[in-house]
Design a protein around this ligand. Structure first.
Ligand code: SAM
Length: 195
């Protein structure tokens, strides 16, 4: 699971692969440059065309970057399995079909690498989005939140995500935290498994 030079994002993908399978519906709640969206598409895409990736980002420039990464890296049949939305993820319930059973909701919080660093995820909308995600997730599903703490406000956001996670019922959820002990500002991965 953990080997030499792996980045924490790759570790998150390894965890996702254990939960997500062909034909599942998943949500990337922070598309950014599209790397997670592409990784998810590769996990769900099914020849029968039944898997789905719903990608969300508040910045239209991020949606464009994700879209062009998918155009160059996914084949045409896979590309049809993605729907991208330029909205705040706190509104995810407005764009994901009612009754869809979602297997994974992924958050990669903070700012868009290479983009405007003043546009960052914030605790209030992140909490609303986590709440929405927890409602639409099916049994056996996962909410994965990569939380960066090196930028102003990052630690507050981590605190908010931890408080939300600690409050989930232990009968219904297993909530874990993965942090690097030898890098004080390394990202923290929060994993919320729905029983
Ligand atoms: N997952 C991305 C990737 O693979 O490249 C990286 C995501 S980046 C760290 C965080 C993203 O969250 C940014 O693109 C930013 O625009 C987006 N974001 C910030 N606030 C948001 C919000 N309220 N709703 C949805 N996306 C938001």
């Amino acid at each position: 699971f953990i080997t030499g030079k792996k980045r924490v994002t790759e570790l998150a993908h390894e965890v996702w692969r254990n939960i997500v399978g062909r034909g599942d519906s998943v949500v990337d709640a922070t598309c950014g440059n599209g790397h997670d969206t592409l990784a998810l598409l590769q996990m769900v895409s099914d020849k029968s065309g039944s898997g789905f990736v719903y990608g969300i980002d508040i910045q239209s420039s991020a949606i464009e970057k994700t879209s062009s990464l998918l155009d160059t890296s996914a084949d045409l049949d896979q590309r049809k399995l993605v729907r991208l939305f330029s909205i705040c993820h706190s509104r995810m319930e407005e764009v994901i079909p009612k009754g869809a059973t979602v297997r994974l909701v992924a958050f990669n919080l903070g700012y868009l690498p290479g983009g405007d660093k003043s546009i960052i995820t914030t605790p209030d909308t992140t909490l609303k989005a986590l709440q929405a995600a927890s409602q639409m997730l099916g049994s056996g599903g996962l909410i994965s939140a990569m939380v960066y703490v090196g930028h102003p406000g990052g630690r507050n956001e981590l605190e908010a995500v931890e408080t939300f996670s600690s409050g989930l019922s232990p009968e219904a959820w297993i909530c874990c935290k993965f942090e690097t002990l030898n890098r004080s500002s390394g990202p923290v991965l929060i994993l919320l498994f729905k029983k």
